[in-house]
Design a protein around this ligand. Structure first.
Ligand code: WT7
Length: 645
């Protein structure tokens, strides 16, 4: 595998950046021609941000699994596509070669067809981090079914909402998942999610933990049985064959639900051609991947990072992708470094929250581990603080590995702003330069371009992007208007990211965090409105307001102000009841870190909660609350200040 589109020098970066801006169609047409198309596209790009309408490589026919698997078979059949490290280090590692991956994906595709799945159908995947999760995703893509992976930390209610929104008819799950010292009962959560569900016809259950599960006749089947049968269909005389469905570049590849500033998660839709080109292009350039390197992205495939940089990007580039089932701190805080040593990992890509949590164990877990295989370190998910950056640089990279700080979002498909390892300079806590194809713009509240520099010589504003790159979302599932209002209406003609940023004189960007009512908890996005809705479901809760506050490990923690009028138990029991309610409605990831009971919330005369004040109180900036004279009842502020946790 060679990558003619790999940027090799700073001069080439500037050159490619310029070309991509001046003639995006020529530039991306060239990049895309490095992939396998059954038929070439009619037009590289057609777009407007008003509807929005965004079409890349329209009319081009392909199947992404032929690009991620089949085309590598001639030269790399025996090369590892996926190396799977189990939760328990005593358990056997699985090395999945491209040939084996091909066979498994063909089997899954056949199994899905056998179970009635057709092109365009939605398949919900709720599994732990086992190789079968990757097979399931790719099996869907092979027959043109649209996968929607749901992270294992979401509750039955969240799954039910997503199943309904996507009108999904099929589910692939596991009996359970291993996560550190715990077994998570996935199938039983699915059973709860299916109470009252009218669309799901079939649930395929892979055995991982052999936790007892209920199996409903006519609905639930075992993965192993179905795969064994499918094997007899796809393998003849030692040859494996299952024809990949011919798809249009603009057919949907997957839906991934993500939170926004409203109470209801949105189904972000990515389409096949542009997403493939973008994930492979950014993978090869940001990490400066070289054939044979072992790439270890520590994310869960339930999030976009896992979709793009464990599965699609690496496989489209014919890479070797590490997949890890466990957590960083079990059996001890040296787990990542042991994996790096054991598998001679060349690039590790993780989140600032993981780095901060590992920092808290000191350097003992790193000592004695051979990390000399590492060439590149990466971070994603939230702004990385300088302390964590330096710890990563000194203790893991031994000051010899570039750190790529990759800024992107579920909606962007892949990285938009990042240094390119060893090619463009990295600056601690700055995401740095935009990828070719990405044209950022900083605007003020009214959408005017920021031109005045602050006292440090930086431009500071809301981060927008002027034109589409191949990996941009196309719509939100079932509700295109929602996509328009969420991303393209705040500043007409621009894609609005929801983030604030600084820009320096060298054109580098530093992301300062969300400017909307969205929290970033351990690199995971959660809307305050969503958490409030869940808290308000508790029978004793009258009203609530949720804000973020700085948290040493998670980056941000969830602080809830709650008006309560129930009578059950003391404050601590009530807090636990509320947490459990949130856990049932959204999932354990959305549980508040702090719950303060109050008798009133600061509201304007028109009844709007003044979150600015609550945010300041939660952050501990009590002395400087700003103007409170417009409040309906300024008295509540004193009470809230006095009760701060
Ligand atoms: C939000 C997107 C991209 C995959 C993981 C999260 C924040 C992400 C960075 C970074 C500063 C970052 C932004 C963004 N974010 N990467 N390198 N520096 N902030 O995906 O759940 O869609 O969240 O994560 O606030 O908007 P997501």
């Amino acid at each position: 595998m060679s990558y003619p589109y790999q940027i090799k020098s700073l001069a080439q970066y500037h050159d490619d950046y310029k070309k991509s801006a001046e003639d995006p169609e020529a530039f991306w047409g060239d990049v895309a021609s490095n992939f396998y198309w059954r038929k070439k596209w009619d037009k590289v790009l057609d777009w407007n941000f008003t509807e929005p309408k965004i079409e890349w490589f329209k009319g081009g026919k392909l199947n992404i699994t032929e690009n991620c698997i089949d085309r590598h078979l001639a030269t790399m059949a025996d090369k590892p596509a996926i190396i799977w490290e189990p939760n328990n280090p005593e358990e056997r590692v699985r090395v999945v070669t491209y040939a084996r991956l091909h066979k498994r994906v063909c089997q899954v595709a056949q199994m899905l067809v056998n179970n009635g799945v057709k092109k365009g159908d939605r398949v919900c995947i709720y599994m732990g981090m086992v190789p079968e999760l990757a097979y399931a995703i790719l099996g869907c893509a092979r027959i043109g079914a649209i996968h929607s992976v749901i992270f294992g930390g979401f509750s039955a209610q969240s799954i039910a909402d997503r199943l309904y929104d996507a009108q999904a008819e099929f589910i692939i799950t596991c009996d359970g998942a291993f996560r550190g010292g715990k077994d998570i009962p996935l199938k039983s959560v699915i059973d709860d999610a299916l109470i009252g569900n009218r669309t799901v016809k079939r649930v395929i259950v892979y055995t991982r933990t052999r936790t007892p599960v209920s199996m409903i006749k006519g609905r639930d089947v075992w993965w192993e049985d179905e795969m064994d049968y499918a094997e007899t269909q796809v393998e003849k005389d030692g040859k494996v064959f299952f024809p990949a469905e011919e798809m249009d570049a603009e057919d949907p590849l997957f839906i991934l639900y993500t939170s926004g500033s409203t109470g209801k998660p949105k189904g972000v839709v990515h389409t096949i051609g542009g997403y493939m080109v973008w994930t492979a292009y950014t993978f090869v350039n940001v990490f400066q991947y070289q054939p044979g390197d072992v790439h270890f992205c520590t994310a869960d495939i339930g999030w976009i990072t896992g979709h793009s940089y464990i599965v699609y990007g690496p496989l489209a580039a014919g890479a070797t992708s590490m997949m890890f089932e466990g957590i960083p701190s079990w059996p001890d805080a040296g787990r990542f470094w042991e994996i790096v040593q054991k598998h001679k990992v060349n690039c590790i890509y993780t989140a600032p929250t993981a780095i901060r949590s590992l920092m808290s164990y000191g350097t003992a877990p790193v000592e004695g581990k051979d990390l000399s295989s590492l060439k590149v370190l990466g971070t994603v998910g939230e702004p990385i603080n300088e302390e964590a950056w330096h710890w990563y640089d000194e203790n893991i990279g031994k000051k010899a590995c570039p750190i790529v700080d990759t800024w992107w979002q579920t909606e962007t498909g892949g990285t938009l702003i990042s240094n390119l390892a060893g090619v463009t300079p990295g600056i601690p806590s700055w995401a740095s330069l935009p990828m070719p194809g990405v044209q950022p713009l900083l605007v003020d509240e009214r959408g005017h371009e920021i031109t005045e520099k602050d006292e440090h010589g930086h431009l500071k504003g809301n981060l927008c992007i002027k034109a589409p790159w191949p990996g941009i979302l196309r719509t939100t599932w079932g509700d295109h208007e929602r996509c328009r209002t969420n991303y393209f209406a705040t500043y007409p003609g621009l894609y609005f990211t929801g983030d604030g940023a600084l820009k320096d004189e060298g054109g580098n960007y530093r992301i300062t965090g969300r400017v909307d009512d969205v929290l970033n908890i351990s690199g995971h996005r959660i809307g305050t409105a969503e958490v409030e809705n869940a808290i308000n479901m508790h029978s004793g809760v009258v009203e609530s307001a949720v804000v973020g506050y700085p948290h040493d490990i998670k980056g941000q923690g969830i602080y809830a102000f709650v008006i309560y009028n129930g009578h059950h138990g003391d404050e601590n029991l009530r807090r636990q009841d509320i947490s459990l309610t949130v856990s049932k409605i959204i999932g354990p990831i959305a549980k508040p870190d702090k719950i303060q009971f109050v008798t009133g919330l600061p509201k304007t005369r028109s009844g709007k909660i003044m979150r600015r004040i609550l945010r300041k109180i939660a952050e501990g900036e009590i002395a400087n609350l700003g103007d409170t004279t417009t409040l309906l009842d300024p008295g509540v502020v004193d009470e809230i200040k006095d009760g701060k946790l």
